[in-house]
Design a protein around this ligand. Structure first.
Ligand SMILES: [Zn+2]
Length: 156
């Protein structure tokens, strides 16, 4: 189910007209209508409002089956504030907010620099995954993993 269907479902479940939903979210009825027709997407601020007002978690709202992985730094994107944003302030499920904001990358790191930056979290990574990678092992594992991500494909 994608966002437009989720919005219709939330509205109908709550027995609201487009107008009533719009009033709750401080947007126009036309905005709700456009979302439901997939013509536009709510901005990140509006998504937060929908999530809070109707107690729907962000993954459900975005129709995500699983936690997306940032296609630049490999971080799992779990909270609404972790999602990167497009130029029109809608969210992207491809990149995290640390890598991608307002439609462009926030940094111009190379794969090697990304690996070094990820290595700073090696202790946390090892703790989380129950591994004991040395820096050198981690470097090659991170590299192999990063090269599977969209931003780094064809860049090896
Ligand atoms: Zn990222």
């Amino acid at each position: 189910m994608d966002l437009q269907e989720v919005i219709v479902e939330i509205r109908e479940k709550n027995g609201l007209s487009q107008e009533e939903m719009a009033n709750k979210l401080f947007v126009t009825r036309q905005a709700v209508s456009r979302w439901e027709h997939g013509e536009t997407y709510p901005t990140i601020e509006t998504l937060k409002a929908i999530s809070k007002t109707f107690e729907v978690d962000i993954a459900t709202l975005l129709g995500l089956q699983e936690t997306p992985i940032c296609q630049s730094c490999a971080m799992p994107i779990q909270n609404i504030d972790d999602f990167g944003t497009n130029a029109d302030d809608t969210v992207t499920t491809e990149y995290c907010s640390h890598c991608y904001k307002g439609g462009s990358f926030t940094h111009n790191r190379t794969v090697e620099e990304m690996i070094e930056s990820n290595l700073r979290f090696l202790d946390a990574f090892n703790a989380e995954n129950g591994t004991a990678y040395s820096e050198e092992e981690a470097r090659s594992i991170f590299k192999a993993h990063l090269l599977t991500l969209k931003r780094w494909q064809n860049r090896a």
